[in-house]
Design a protein around this ligand. Sequence first.
Ligand SMILES: Cc1ncc(COP(=O)(O)O)c(C=O)c1O
Length: 390
Amino acid sequence: MKKRDLISKRVKDIPPSGIRRFFDIIASMDGVISLGVGEPDFVTPWHIREAGIYSIEKGYTSYTSNYGLLELREEIARYLKVRHNLDYDPERELLVTVGVSEGVDLALRAILDPGDEVVIPDPSYVSYTSCTVLAGGVSVPVPTAIENDFKVKAQDIDKRINPRTKAILLGYPNNPTGAVMDREELLKVAEVAQRHSLVVISDEVYERLVYGVEHTCFASLPGMRERTILLGGFSKAYAMTGWRLGYAAATEEIIEAMMKIHQYTIMCAPTMAQMAAIKALKDGEAQVQEMVAEYNQRRRVMVKGLNDIGLTCFEPRGAFYTFPSIKSTGLSSDEFAERLLLEERVAVVPGSTFGQCGEGYVRCCYATSMAEIEEALERMGNFVKRHRTQ
Ligand SMILES: Cc1ncc(COP(=O)(O)O)c(C=O)c1O
């Protein structure tokens, strides 16, 4: 009898994560300095942890509203008003999600019909393309390049739009490049979205991690609130990756659609994490600023260090990544990362993991201690000396 195919074609066609292979190798090695993982090396500030612990002690162990605790939604609404002068109705226009990860998935599933296209800057965060495909859509990469500091140009988006295009998915500050788009550049993207009646999904999980520049919230641009699904979270700014909490802000119609999926698949985000997030928003600003100041120092050391050893690196203005060119070694980004790990025990992520335009680059995360960054730079310097071809 013919063996039945158990796994759906859609899932089979998704390539395995390029990052996972490296973590399997790292797990079997000692003395590795990891610039690989994209998460804060800080633990969640104590008073925020305490709020989570206290919520358990008080017995807040049941489900919350599908939308999330109203008190948390009110805090998020207040935050968006204060930071971006945006008005969202906490009862109808905000949804608390299991991280921005769930927000990306819900946003795409809520708006896409089979074959709808989503325009996505390349390179970008790995889940955008896979979630688009899982939602039945087609991802259309828009190349970005070091010559423009990896910012996406509105005219390049415009060229890729056709009647099947439904949305633009932006993630700035960007993972993996650290690029930040300024207001003028985003206004041009907004004009394209307006002209073609597109939805803009804006992943702003790194909005607080910017250095010497302003973050512009896409929904705050004229006319954009009505067509933007704004995704925000707690993982990066408050060092809360493990709590799994984020939110989506959009029109009632879109939030209602996202909520339909969320209520059947997730029910609600973890209650203790929601209680901790209330504390973070009410009382976490000082710690955010301390962590940002620390990241900024590490960023400077890393950018200078990479350029000094011959890995040309543009100055990233956001998130906690540098994205140096490794072209001087003649190695592909996959080869570079694998050999650097085996020869010098430093883990970085091949740029090609994040899209074709990432080839020739590697992602180095500086959310690690200064001592480790300095040691990693020394080891990378030795590696480059041995492999330099130019
Ligand atoms: C651009 C981007 N979006 C979303 C996420 C996921 O965030 P969360 O922990 O809120 O699910 C990450 C995590 O690395 C990210 O880099």
